[in-house]
Design a protein around this ligand. Structure first.
Ligand SMILES: [Zn+2]
Length: 482
């Protein structure tokens, strides 16, 4: 990263295009076209076809896991895994939580796997440390074929149309005082916009870049794209017309959707997935979220592990069907949803519909210069920090709540804070160690709490932060100007 910052912009952009060339081979190379055709009509698969596909994949994966994956070999002793023939039989197997995966990552890899054949992805949740997910290289064309037909094409766009992206990558330094707040990947005609420099003052530059680079659609975190739309509307900038906005990664609140649709003059499609690659769901033009059966088997469970009825919110438990080097079976994703009461949709898609997707409720923090920073994922995390949360009490000022993990020391929290400041700047961050991260009244853990928007939680934090301030040794206040 150090080296990247010292390079001139055009060299940084050449590096991005070069890297995209490498990804292109991995994602869109051998097998991609065949898989794209195979998945092309996924929406019109009948329930029977979908279940047949799932059952076949499931049987193969369960057998692989039981015979050749150390974790399951041990954990499933005494379980009649051979009787798992279809998705409905899954419930005889135990569920798997993130903590067990984190502690035993390597135990989930099929014995005898050649490390060179693996592709590694890190998850980016703001709480807890990142997980390393391994996939066979051969899974990538399948996955990206599915992304193309089940996500982009549903929104009427495709990989080969110029697009803008707002994700967690920091491609522009936090201290940048003027444009460009983006880098252009020529190979994919992908305009990568910084999520960390959006404000009323910079919005016009962003919008000009969308025009200059001919972006036809935009994708990334809903909170970041909404922050751009809101800042542009606030600044009185003439709306841009795009073909679609496709958001994922955090909860799309109704106000965010409205801002995006107003400013970009197109439908905002919400999509759902995770780095673990265990399930995908995509909103259709009717505004309903259909599960993509080829990616994984999705269950929605009550706390006692029984399946939820229609319209009953429960935890999402997913079994990925495409990864046969690190099978995740009945994996608790830590998101919540319900099966929609009405499973019929006016669109052509026959696949099951979920509703009330939540658990990824994120929020902005606002820097001292009024920049809205959406989704704080992607920052350095420490395996010694159990979980963390931002609590913003006023613009430019926030608390970083840290729950210590094993071998934790104050240095770990400082490193996280410094990483954040180096990227975004303009925020005073006070570190506070807490025994537990408070949950919302709905029982959800969120990574950012802006007290101005959550009056119901003010008392909880007043108590927590009030008592924490008595222990000055655990606190560090450092100012940073933007
Ligand atoms: Zn539909």
């Amino acid at each position: 990263m150090e080296l990247y910052w010292r390079l001139p912009v055009f060299v940084q952009e050449a590096a991005l295009s070069f890297y995209a060339g490498y990804l292109e081979k991995a994602y869109y190379g051998d097998g991609y076209e065949d898989w794209r055709q195979k998945f092309e009509n996924w929406q019109t698969w009948s329930r029977t076809d979908a279940e047949a596909w799932q059952s076949e994949r499931l049987r193969a994966l369960v057998e692989l896991a039981a015979r050749r994956v150390p974790y399951y070999k041990m954990r499933w002793q005494g379980i009649d895994w051979k009787s798992v023939r279809s998705p409905a039989d899954l419930r005889i197997l135990p569920t798997l939580d993130k903590q067990s995966l984190r502690q035993n990552e390597r135990e989930f890899i099929v014995e005898g796997t050649e490390p060179k054949s693996l592709w590694m992805d890190k998850t980016s949740g703001t709480t807890g440390s990142a997980l390393r997910i391994y996939q066979p290289m051969s899974m990538l064309p399948k996955w990206w074929a599915l992304v193309e037909v089940a996500i982009r094409n549903v929104a009427g766009v495709s990989q080969n149309m110029p697009r803008a992206m707002m994700g967690s990558r920091t491609i522009v330094q936090g201290s940048a005082a003027g444009p460009p707040y983006w880098r252009f990947n020529r190979r994919w005609r992908q305009l990568y916009l910084s999520s960390y420099h959006v404000s009323k003052n910079t919005a016009a530059d962003y919008v000009q870049a969308l025009h200059d680079y001919g972006s036809k659609w935009i994708t990334g975190y809903g909170s970041a794209i909404a922050a751009l739309a809101e800042s542009a509307l606030e600044a009185g900038i003439k709306p841009v017309r795009l073909r679609a906005a496709i958001v994922s990664g955090d909860t799309l609140l109704p106000g965010m959707r409205e801002s995006i649709e107003t400013f970009f003059g197109c439908k905002c499609f919400d999509s759902y997935g995770q780095c673990e690659g265990v399930s995908i769901a995509m909103e259709c033009p009717q505004g309903r979220m259909h599960v993509v059966p080829a990616a994984g088997i999705l269950e929605i469970l009550r706390d006692d592990g029984s399946p939820c009825g229609p319209d009953e919110v429960g935890e999402i438990v997913a079994t990925g069907l495409l990864n046969d080097v690190m099978p995740l079976i009945r994996y608790r994703v830590a998101d919540y949803a319900a099966w929609a009461e009405d499973q019929n949709c006016a669109c052509d898609n026959h696949q099951p519909i979920i509703a009330n997707l939540e658990g990824r409720v994120d929020d902005y923090v606002i820097t001292s210069s009024g920049r809205k920073i959406g989704r704080l994922a992607g920052f350095r995390r420490s395996p010694r920090i159990h979980s963390s949360q931002f609590v913003q009490d006023s613009p430019g000022h926030a608390f970083l709540l840290v729950r210590a993990g094993r071998d934790y020391s104050a240095k770990d929290a400082l490193a996280v804070r410094d990483d954040i400041l180096s990227r975004i700047g303009g925020l005073d961050i006070v570190i506070v160690e807490v025994p537990e991260i408070p949950k919302t009244p709905q029982g959800k853990t969120v990574s950012v709490v802006r007290l101005a928007d959550r009056p119901e939680m003010r008392e909880t934090y007043a108590r927590l932060l009030g008592s924490a301030s008595n222990h000055t040794s655990t606190q560090t206040a450092v100012g940073a100007s933007s």
